[in-house]
Ligand binder design. Sequence first.
Ligand code: GDD
Length: 415
Amino acid sequence: MGISEETVVAVILVGGPTKGTRFRPLSLNIPKPLFPLAGQPMVHHPISACRRIPNLAHIYLIGFYEEREFAIYVSSISNELRIPVRYLKEDRPHGSAGGLYNFRDLIMEENPSHIFLLNCDVCCSFPLPEMLEAHKRYGGVGTLLVIKVNPELASEFGELVADPVTNELLHYTEKPETFVSDRINCGVYVFTPDIFTAIQGVSTQRKDRANLRRMSSFEALQSATRSLPSDFVRLDQDILSPLAGKKQLFTYETMDFWEQIKTPAMSLKCSALYLAQFRLTSPHLLASGDGTKSATIIGDVYIHPSAKVHPTAKIGPNVSISANARIGPGVRLINCIILDGVEVKENGVVIHAIVGWKSSIGKWSRVQAGGDHNAKLGITILGEAVNVEDEVVVVNSIVLPNKTLNVSVQEEIIL
Ligand code: GDD
């Protein structure tokens, strides 16, 4: 087999501004895929995992955000990886498979033998080379990354049944109401180019049905609300479900960590997972706290080189401090994300919280929460440019941008 036949491309689905609404108020300021986890944009983690794919020719991000929102990141990461990374903008949402199909000519330009497709909003160790090897052994159209989860949580995802010996995907149901299986779809796939034929098949079927409906006005009335545009194709419902049990799709189970990132609370949890992974993959990114002049560091902590942290501050575990933040004397930070330009003044405390860009936390103030990732107000979130005055306590609350708090609040959403 020639080298050109082995070329691989990776596609990362980043969605758009009408998706990710559960990520508010943070998504008011930044596209969710660029929100920093462990100090790096969310999309950076799957992108850097792609570096391990042999013969990777190109990485495409497909979404319906404005191109300019990704321009700076895309050009800096292309230079850093020395692999072309390109953002492709859909004029409107086409669904997870429709988005891929929309750019099929471009994706096929390098004549890839395999195409990785990754959801941007999942956090895992992305065992991509291992998946590719397994996929080649199986010989199907596609291989999905799967994981075993707590059965009570399985219905939030695509549930599936696979053959325990051959790993063939036998049955697939997207977010079913009744329990099917505790094995779920992780949103990480590798396909051969035949996937485009499968997507085209769904699209053509839709067109045919729409034409039939046009002929029958009664049926048109009945199904008008159910019909989707022919070029809107969902990977899960429209492709995985019908192809299951046809010896075309296979599964690769990960025993490592996996989470989905739909809410700010989950981004805090995933930031911890990625910091822990840095211990193994990029320990140089973690703060060491060595030397008498540096702050006390506990566990996994990321501090941007431009941030200023007072030597008497105590930081960690699971803390990420972004560019130009200033952390004053006696400050205590635990399980939090401190975004660009934030100031935490002397003896301030931040626990189980995300502090938005350019916010300020006054002397002896506390911004904290119980830390339950699944509760509505389980972490405290301050939007951009929130000013918490001295000696104010903010507990289990969400504060929208540009507010000043001069009294303490608990369990509140401040609009
Ligand atoms: N470009 C583009 N265009 N991206 C899209 C579109 C679209 O029209 N629609 C969704 N996406 C992206 C989202 O940004 C996300 O990265 C991914 O596709 C999947 O999003 P959804 O279709 O909203 O599905 P989900 O996240 O609720 O669930 C999917 O992922 C789970 C794993 O995280 C399903 O495939 C589940 O089965 C799976 O368990």
